[in-house]
Design a protein around this ligand. Structure first.
Ligand code: SAM
Length: 222
């Protein structure tokens, strides 16, 4: 049993938490929502309140991104029905402040996963740096398209573990791989779209778990 303390913030599904737990780490998920799997390794509440509790590794996969990501930038000039522009900009400020608090947390290793951001979001994030890499689920054994980015501190780029061959555009197979983008507009859509991929979670736990543990041992030996 190691003593690597891992906080998985903004996670109700337990996907990343369970990947770290399976490798013997002291991993906890935290979300405003209860744990979907009823785990007792879940803290329900605002993750910002526990950032200073002695974690070695913070993973955020991913924070609320509706107002931060490129695909939502149009709402900042033409809000969706029933919403106002000031509300949209206030939500952008909130989302950027939350990302900033995670990004600037006093934790040795930090990995945040989020879609590509627009410039208004970047301008609002304290000490913003460009994302370190972007990956696709099909690089980690999932036959799906959904590009996502990693912002990293104290961690190296994630190595691809199980690359599949993406199908040609226009084929039925390509449509199946685009499942996430083609989901119907149900109330659960946002939840389902944000659900993390176990293959990527396993790579994170293997690679970043080992790195964070090595760093911790170095810190303790120094
Ligand atoms: C885009 S979803 C990510 C879901 C995640 N990928 C999973 O598989 O469970 C964002 C999550 O952040 C949570 N959240 C928002 N603000 C939070 C905060 N301050 N502290 C903890 N969780 C928060 C929401 O409740 C939501 O479940």
């Amino acid at each position: 049993m190691t003593d690597l303390r891992v906080l998985i913030a903004c996670e109700f599904s337990g996907t990343v938490r369970n990947a770290f737990l399976a490798r013997g780490h002291d991993a906890w998920s935290c979300d405003l929502l209860p744990a979907e799997d009823g785990s007792n390794r879940h803290i329900r509440g605002d993750a910002r309140e526990i950032l200073n509790d002695g974690w070695d590794l913070l993973m955020v996969a991913h924070p609320p991104c509706t107002r931060l990501c490129n695909s939502g930038v149009r709402w900042l000039t033409a809000p969706p029905e029933g919403r106002t522009l000031p509300e949209m900009w206030a939500e952008l400020d909130e989302g950027a402040a939350l990302f900033s608090d995670f990004w600037n947390a006093s934790i040795p290793c930090i990995g945040i996963e989020n879609p590509v951001m627009h410039r208004h979001a970047k301008e609002r994030i304290r000490n913003y740096q460009e994302f370190a890499q972007s990956v696709q689920p099909w690089m980690f054994g999932h036959p799906e398209f959904k590009r996502t980015c990693f912002w990293l501190k104290g961690l190296t780029l994630l190595t691809v573990t199980d690359r599949l061959d993406p199908p040609a555009k226009g084929t039925d197979e390509h449509k199946r791989w685009s499942r996430v983008h083609r989901m119907s507009n149900s109330v659960n859509r946002r939840h389902e779209r944000s659900r993390f991929f176990p293959g990527i979670a396993a790579a994170m736990a293997d690679q970043w778990g080992d790195q964070a543990l090595a760093l911790k041992r170095e810190r303790l030996a120094a």
